[in-house]
Design a binder for this molecule. Sequence first.
Ligand SMILES: *[C@@H]1O[C@H](CO)[C@@H](O)[C@H](O)[C@H]1NC(C)=O
Ligand SMILES: *[C@@H]1O[C@H](CO)[C@@H](O)[C@H](O)[C@H]1NC(C)=O
Ligand SMILES: *[C@@H]1O[C@H](CO)[C@@H](O)[C@H](O)[C@H]1NC(C)=O
Ligand SMILES: *[C@@H]1O[C@H](CO)[C@@H](O)[C@H](O)[C@H]1NC(C)=O
Length: 417
Amino acid sequence: MVPVLLVLWGATVIPPADLLPDPKLSLLPPVNFTIRVTGLAQVLLSWEPNPDQEPRDAHLEYHVKIHAPQDDDFETGSTESTCVAPLHEGFSASVRTILQEGHAPLASSWVSAELQAPPGSPGTSVSNLTCATSTTMAGGGHRRPHRVSLHCTWLSGEEAPPDTQYFLYYRYGSWTEECQEYRKDPTGRNTACWVPRSSISSKGHGWLMVHVNGTSRTAAIRPFDQLFGVQAIARANPPTNVTAQIQGTRLSIRWDKPISAFPQHCFDYEVKIHNTKKNYLQMEKITTNVFVSAIDHLSKYSIQVRAAVSPACRTAGLWSEWTPPIYVGSEARKPLMEWLLILLTVTACFAVLICPLLCRICHLWARLFPPVPAPKSHIKDLLVTAHCEKAGSSATETEVISFVEGLGCEVLENSVF
Ligand SMILES: *[C@@H]1O[C@H](CO)[C@@H](O)[C@H](O)[C@H]1NC(C)=O
Ligand SMILES: *[C@@H]1O[C@H](CO)[C@@H](O)[C@H](O)[C@H]1NC(C)=O
Ligand SMILES: *[C@@H]1O[C@H](CO)[C@@H](O)[C@H](O)[C@H]1NC(C)=O
Ligand SMILES: *[C@@H]1O[C@H](CO)[C@@H](O)[C@H](O)[C@H]1NC(C)=O
């Protein structure tokens, strides 16, 4: 049993004799290898099988190596290949014939081709090129309800002559166009571009190719190419209809999804709550379009929200701008309450502290200025004293009593005032 299986297994692995690479077979490199610009930041590499290659029915493939602007490496059975890359520094590649069959793949020698960098003086090309897209409503029963605007900015080359003017072209898919609305610096040179209706689709992906070239009478302006991932530069619109209300110590904030071709569930939000009184900032990241927070209701709050398409729906893009701040709550109520509280406290303190004092004063008053009948008694006392002086024994008793009363008043007087 075992030997039979081994034989069968061996039979399936051994290729038919006519496909086995001939040890004496040598592969010849392709001919007429060319690199041709076929679009903005796009080249077509093409070559032909070597006409002298034998045997003619061998299943030949090609190994392509890109050297510039960036190393890349792939194999193909076709005799042409399209590459997308910035071309302002030129493009160079090599290709060779390969035969994959058999245990040791065979390969020919390489043939190379090069696309020269476009002419231009160093330092004349633009730098810091940045682009972003945003979605707007097309309106008016358009076939596509949303349209995508494109906005790009750049800096002039440091060595660019004063009369340099720049022009921006962009390509998305097979559609190429020049920017129509430029923003200019004070010298009239284009420094930014606005394309209100670009050919980029509202849920688009892939690449956006941007090419900025220029003219000057005194120098050749070097062009500049850059590729942007369409999803990575898509800036969401801010949320709409933001409302906030305070009920007791509950602050609830609501909003609607931004203008976008993406549905409701495709957004992440950030809420920024600024307590203007305590200068305290609260930032929250959420995926729903309602946010409720417990707050100190005696403060004023400024509320802003921003949005981004969530990674669940596509590659994360850029955060939107913050919505304009809306204000809720009021600090004005606080002083009123505070005053009320202070007033109450003061009243209470007054009641607690002043009343005994008043009572004591009343008491003292009563002592200092006794009721009208009192002098009578003193007179009576005096009379008594006189009487007692005359009478003898009982007089000292009365005198002592009145002295003690007088002393008591003095002590009280000192302790009170
Ligand atoms: C290579 O290019 C030359 C000149 O354009 C042409 O005559 C020749 O037929 C081409 N070779 C192949 C194999 O296509
Ligand atoms: C331009 O880009 C360079 C390098 O990326 C950076 O260092 C520089 O700060 C940027 N300039 C401006 C004005 O953004
Ligand atoms: C700039 O590039 C565009 C698109 O490639 C081209 O049509 C145009 O002639 C170029 N302009 C200059 C001044 O090089
Ligand atoms: C904002 O609110 C208005 C009125 O309630 C409504 O018509 C509109 O559709 C809302 N906007 C969005 C984007 O939901």
